[in-house]
Design a protein around this ligand. Structure first.
Ligand SMILES: NC(=O)c1ccc[n+]([C@@H]2O[C@H](COP(=O)([O-])OP(=O)(O)OC[C@H]3O[C@@H](n4cnc5c(N)ncnc54)[C@H](O)[C@@H]3O)[C@@H](O)[C@H]2O)c1
Ligand SMILES: [Zn+2]
Length: 386
């Protein structure tokens, strides 16, 4: 494992599965198990936390081809039948048409309220299969088995499910916490390297908002993380899940502190949107973090040097740290268009752009009124987009 010196890299010697408990509304707390090989716990967890008359294994065709056979056998080792429900891989499948088709397939199997959905895949699968489970007969259990780093580090925890519509991403959905999450980094060994960097962008965000040491250790472990080393990856997934679990436990539905998870996203979403989604989410968020740190420095909210520190971390993972790096995927002079996109974002209240700003690496700056996001005038935003 490469270690570039002053910062300790992530622990490489702790293969035992770790367990994080996440609080959810109505006492629906759930465990997240993280570790290489933790998938083997699936039958026991299903029996303990999601015993059903029948199971529906939902995943994209690519992931089901790679890992569906093994997971199917593990599910059926509970003694209950399991049907397979593939859909075409990619964000384009996260829509109402696939939600309807999958729902119809479950109805055709005769699944009742005593059924359970097993979601095996990346964030698209977790969101789509989770939304099928959330709505099927007013809600049946779902077990989340994330296979991409985006899903392990971010989307499988927190209970948000949903689909995209022509008007925008994630505009139709529901909160539906899983019965449990099993994050086994051995499943992500088949994930392409560029996809790993996309998920690690959210891990860098977790370090930036809550834990400077974590950010440094991610950079120190970069090579192992990009190669997918299961033990090192497990360490990162565990720390990220702990950060996200802590935040969503305090604020399940995003009225308060959960907003800090949007660091890098106000600008990031605008960049993603303006590129026609050709710039992937993790890349857009990485760039958004650097630009929002620069904005915070200009507003004298963020400690000078923070943006430079973040841009080094982001660049270490081959993620864009400057607008120029993604310019070919954006219209010329994108500043004003980006601002407009930010003003249209669903998180904007009353036309005012609100941005989560750092105090320094590892800490978010509160507003005078104790809020978690700062109202920022458009002309100040334009300054960092020039
Ligand atoms: N619910 C939330 O809180 C939340 C948070 C963040 C992101 N998301 C959503 O997550 C989605 C993005 O997730 P994603 O990047 O995982 O997308 P994805 O599910 O499409 O996976 C990306 C690609 O990797 C492939 N893949 C996944 N696991 C693999 C594996 N182990 N081996 C080989 N290939 C594998 C998939 O087939 C797909 O082609 C977006 O729709 C986003 O809105 C949701
Ligand atoms: Zn994100």
């Amino acid at each position: 494992v490469a270690d570039s010196g002053e910062h300790p890299s992530l622990d490489t010697s702790a293969p035992a599965p770790e367990r994080v408990q996440v609080k959810a509304g109505g006492g629906a707390d759930y465990p997240v198990l993280v570790g290489p090989g933790v998938l083997d716990e699936l039958p026991d967890l299903l029996r303990e936390r999601a015993l059903a008359h029948r199971y529906a294994l939902v995943g994209d065709a690519r992931v089901l081809e790679l890992h569906g056979g093994r997971v199917h056998a593990l599910v059926e080792s509970t003694g209950r039948p399991c049907t397979l429900h593939p859909f075409p891989a990619g964000e384009r499948s996260k829509n109402r048409e696939h939600w309807a088709r999958l729902t119809d397939e479950l109805l055709a199997t005769g699944m009742g309220r005593d059924g359970c959905v097993v979601a095996l895949g990346g964030g698209v699968t977790g969101d789509l299969a989770g939304f099928v489970a959330a709505t099927y007969m007013r809600g049946i259990p779902v077990a989340q088995l994330p296979t991409s780093l985006v899903a392990m580090i971010d989307s499988a925890v927190g209970g948000k499910t949903g689909v995209d519509v022509p008007q925008g991403k994630n505009l139709v959905g529901a909160f539906h916490p899983p019965r449990f999450v099993l994050a086994d980094p051995e499943l992500a060994l088949t994930l392409p390297r560029e996809e790993r960097a996309q998920g690690l962008a959210e891990a860098l965000k977790h370090g930036a908002i809550q834990d400077a040491e974590y950010l440094a250790s991610l950079v120190a472990s970069r090579d192992a993380l990009l190669e997918g080393d299961p033990t090192v990856t497990a360490g990162a997934v565990l720390t990220s899940v702990q950060v996200k679990a802590r935040v969503v436990t305090l604020d399940e539905r995003e009225g308060g502190i959960r907003q800090i998870l949007n660091f890098g996203h106000t600008l990031g979403h605008a960049v993603e949107h303006l590129s026609g989604y050709r710039i992937p989410h993790g890349s857009a968020v990485a760039l958004g973090m650097v630009l929002e740190a620069r904005l915070g420095e200009r507003l004298e909210v963020t400690e000078p040097g923070t943006a430079v520190a973040l841009s080094r971390a982001v660049a270490a993972f081959g993620l864009p740290a400057e607008l120029a790096a993604v310019a070919p995927l954006l219209p010329p002079d994108p500043g004003a268009l980006l601002l407009e996109a930010m003003q249209l974002d669903k998180k904007v209240r009353g036309g005012e752009v609100r941005v989560v700003l750092l105090a320094q690496v590892g800490e978010v700056a509160r507003t005078g009124a104790g809020g978690w996001s700062h109202p920022v005038p458009g002309d100040r935003i334009l300054e960092v987009l020039g």
